[in-house]
Write a protein that binds this ligand. Structure first.
Ligand SMILES: *Cc1c(COP(=O)(O)O)cnc(C)c1O
Length: 385
């Protein structure tokens, strides 16, 4: 399936068999209430769903505009939304008779969430990680090992995420008989963008019911940060057909006039990466450009193909927030509400503060608080010096 021209399956021929097998399996469980019941049970008893929808009264008052609600994915097991997807994929893999999970990870958050799912469901878990990232993210490597996963440092190329993606694909081509490749966002070849969106859509479905309960109506805005785009797609998808303004916030890093950002939708060009056609940050006629963001989770040179489609169709607006704006929002939410947000989520909070400031008091803005900030303390401490 494609999102207009975006998405697709731009992969080596040898990867078509496992992808087709996964598509078929996903289609069959999507219609299977047994699968949904098992997943709901884990989401309720292990992940901690439903996550709260919290009216941030102090923050709203300090901004002096619309009511700001926070969807508290930061309270989910592991401290972010990522577990919604890894648990669901691991459960699907188990149904398919697989005994082993593989994943690639940049900052390590997705590797940790995959290792948790592997431990819970009793599956062997191996994670590819660029050797530079292994060094930079030692604590996450140790977390994965504690959870029983094996971490493979990748020494080729730039020794970062795109090299570990290549290694994971190579592994899967020769191992798919017993192995499932857990992709961490709404990226990669079909069926991943659609499947991960559906697994994360629990966020928006809950938010929709919760806001109807609190306010008796839909929100005026829903705002989320965009790295690969899974927490944003999960929040947006159940509101796509409604009169709700949807805004995705990319990382402008050190500024849009520098090369140090990861605003793939705002400044990228169409191209193929990670098995999909989407907007990508490129240089020198097609090389993947270097990226920067203060938040490791937004530091990805591409973006999910459905976001590319939603941008071109005009249904979703995409904007950017700089490192500095994200840091200011990080401080503001910590001080006003006693909630320390992830730096990724702080980008969404920053833009929500701007939007809410210009709206009447009765308007309603929902921000997806994709994760908690404990993992970012060292970076913030450094940045505040
Ligand atoms: C990984 C991560 C993100 C970025 O990933 P998406 O697929 O864009 O959601 C955002 N927030 C947090 C807390 C993360 O860990």
């Amino acid at each position: 399936m494609k999102f207009d021209e975006f998405g697709g399956m731009y992969v080596p021929e040898a990867m078509m068999a496992p992808l087709n097998e996964l598509s078929d399996a996903y289609r069959s469980v999507a219609a299977d209430s047994g699968f949904k019941d098992s997943l709901d049970e884990i989401l309720g008893t292990y992940v901690g769903r439903p996550s709260m929808l919290y009216l941030a009264k102090n923050l709203s008052k300090a901004i002096g505009g619309a009511k700001i609600y926070l969807k508290r994915e930061d309270l989910m097991h592991g401290g972010a939304h990522k577990i919604n997807n890894t648990i669901a994929q691991a459960l699907l893999a188990k149904r398919m008779g697989k005994t082993r999970l593989i994943a690639e990870t940049g900052a390590g958050q997705h590797g940790v969430a995959t290792a948790m799912a592997g431990a819970l469901l009793g599956m062997d878990t191996e994670v590819y990680m660029g050797s530079l990232d292994v060094h930079r993210q030692r604590m996450n490597v140790f977390r994965m090992e504690l959870l029983g996963a094996k971490v493979h440092p990748v020494d080729t190329g730039s020794r970062t995420l795109k090299d570990s993606i290549n290694e994971a694909m190579r592994d899967w081509i020769s191992s798919y008989e017993n192995t499932h490749y857990v992709v961490g966002s709404v990226v990669g070849p079909h069926p991943y963008p659609e499947m991960v969106r559906d697994f994360q859509a629990v966020i928006g479905k809950e938010a929709r019911e919760q806001i109807m309960e609190c306010e008796g109506r839909l929100p005026d805005y829903a705002i989320a940060c965009v790295g690969g785009g899974s927490n944003a797609m999960g929040m947006f998808y159940p509101f796509i057909g409604d009169d709700v303004k949807l805004i995705g916030v990319e990382a402008a890093g050190r500024g849009m006039d520098t090369k140090e950002h990861c605003a793939s939708l705002t400044l990228g060009e169409k191209g193929v990466f990670h098995g999909m056609l989407t907007y990508i940050l490129q240089e020198n006629g097609g090389q993947i450009a270097g990226t920067h963001s203060i938040s490791a989770g937004l530091d990805y040179p591409g973006v999910g193909p459905e976001h590319a489609f939603l941008k071109d169709s005009g249904r979703v607006e995409y904007v950017c927030a700089t490192d500095k704006e994200a840091l200011d929002a990080f401080m503001k939410l910590s001080r006003t509400e006693g909630i320390i947000p992830a730096l990724e989520s702080s980008h969404a909070v920053a833009h929500a503060m701007n939007v809410a400031g210009g709206l009447p008091k009765d308007d309603v803005v929902i921000v997806n608080l994709s994760g908690r900030g404990d993992k970012d303390l060292e970076i913030v401490m450094e940045a505040l010096k």
